[in-house]
Structures are given as C-alpha cells and as structure tokens.
Design a protein around this ligand. Sequence first.
Ligand code: XMP
Length: 315
Amino acid sequence: MASFVDTCVEDLKKQVGDAKVVLGLSGGIDSTVAAVLLHKAIGKNLHCIFVDNGLLRMGERQEVIGFLEEHFDLNVKVVDAADEFLGKLHGVEDPEQKRKIIGYTFIDVFDREAKAIEGVEFLGQGTLYPDVIESESFKGPSAVIKSHHNVGGLPEKMNLKLVEPLRELFKDEVRRAAYELGMPDHIIWRHPFPGPGLSIRVIGEITEERLEILRLADRIVQNELLASDWYRKVWQGFAVLLPLKTVGVMGDDRTYEHVIALRVVDSIDAMTADWSRLPSELLARISNRIINEVKGVNRVVLDISSKPPSTIEWE
Ligand code: XMP
C-alpha cells in the first residue's frame, strides 16, 4: 500500500504541475511538513519565505532554517524584518492591537517578498483539517476571544491559487507524516508557538530589553523541560514576562526587578487545558536557574490556572 507521503506527493505533482509555489515557513511542524512534501513534489519550484519578526525565541531562526537546508535542501529566503515589526509595535500594550499589527505587517512583508519571485502561481499553506472546519463554520462567541488567525487575509491579498497538502489531516497525522519523512524528534514534538511570538508573552510594552529577558528565561524553561523528559509529556511550556517589578534581596542589598511567570499545560487540542503537575524539584531548578542566570529577574511564579476560564497564553 502506498504511504501517505507517496500519495500526497503524487497528488501535489498533479495539482501544481510545473508552476511555482511560495510558502511561509513559521518554524512549526505544520508549515515544515507542508514545505517538505511540496519540495518532494516540485523541487526548486518551491520558494519558502521565513520572516524573522524579531519576536522569535532564542536560536529559533538558526534551528529551523539550518535543519531544513541541511536535510532537505530547501530553497529558503530569510527576511530580517525585526525593525519593521518592532517599530510598529513601539508603545503598543493592548494584546489585540499587537496581534493585528503583527498580522498585517506579516502580510505586507510576505507579499513584497513573494512578488519579487517571478511567475508564482500558488500559495502553499500548512492548514490542517481542524482549521478548515473552523474557518468554514466558525461563527461562535469564541471567535472574538482572541483573533488567532493572524494571517487570515493572506490568500485574498495575494490573489494566488492555494495548495494545502495537510488540509485533510489532524495534528497527530502530521506528526506521523513528519516521522515518515525522517524528521527528528525536536521538530516532530515541537510545542506550538503562536504567530505573534513573544509579543504576547511580554505582557505590556515590548522593548528589546524586555524581549531579551524573556528569551533568556524561556531558554532555561525549554532546556529544563527537555533535559527532564517532561517536554514531550506536556502540551506547551514557556515563560511569560510580567509588567511589574517586585522587591527582593541580594546579599545586603534590596533589589527591585522583573517577575517571570511559568506556564506549562497539558492539553489534547488547546481548546481546554490544565496546568501540568511538574515535580517540585524540576520547578525549583527552573526557578533557581532563572533567578541566578537572568539579570533583572528576582522572582518566578507558577501559573496554576486551567482553561477555561483562563487561556493558555496570558494575552
Ligand atoms: P489560548 O491562549 O487561546 O491558546 O488558550 C490556544 C493555543 O493557541 C495558541 N495561540 C495562538 N496561535 N496566534 C497563533 O498562531 C495567536 O494569536 C495565538 N494565541 C494563542 C497558543 O499558544 C495555544 O497553543
């Protein structure tokens, strides 16, 4: 029996022929698998664009691009748009405003880059089956809780035909396809990362300094979850930088510094979630490391809220 990958590649060859496809890589598993499938089908006619919005986690850009170029010989254009995004986000504190600015800036940047490639006919997307259902029948009250579909306007704006290799798959099937494609565990089991990136985890105003504090703290969270084998057991785990300072003590001196919240949840589809019962030794290690290693942080708190009524992200 033909494998999913073989069947999918044959279908894509038929659908796209020798036309050019442009696809936005986010670093997540969906766009990565979609890109590799398309690359198998049409090779160099696939043009990937990775937009660095300045809101990525530490090392993310190198990790994603390096891996794809090395193992799959993908044609990836990296666009450094950090200044454009951060400039537009200057002074913005409202979460929905942040999402909107990031959404339309992404569309602008992507459209500009795609137009620079001559003769593109298709826009490739890593849309999954639940997204298809959601956008077809999605009119309930949850639509206004958070505007998750940050790049929803992209296909309309670009006036390209769509090619969506994953539109009949659920997340676990995408993971299986990734496995079949020989992708390593750190890609297959990567936690979801929101389109607006760290902007919705720096609560309040986004500055380079605050982003850097969050990146350092978050790297410790990621490393400790991986080292303790908890990374695969939880749905998502990350650090959040709060918009307040609190008093602490260091030697004989009083400190007045930032607070980091630790958010780690169990979930099966992100619609509901519960806080993960991590061992107290692991929590202690994460907290000690953040406070000792990240300059400017003197307190770590644990988020023990479930969804609903809370959400997974803080903004
Ligand atoms: P919430 O915070 O609504 O998150 O419980 C549910 C899942 O969605 C992710 N998330 C986003 N993803 N753009 C995205 O692409 C967004 O604006 C966004 N907000 C939340 C979140 O990380 C979780 O996996």
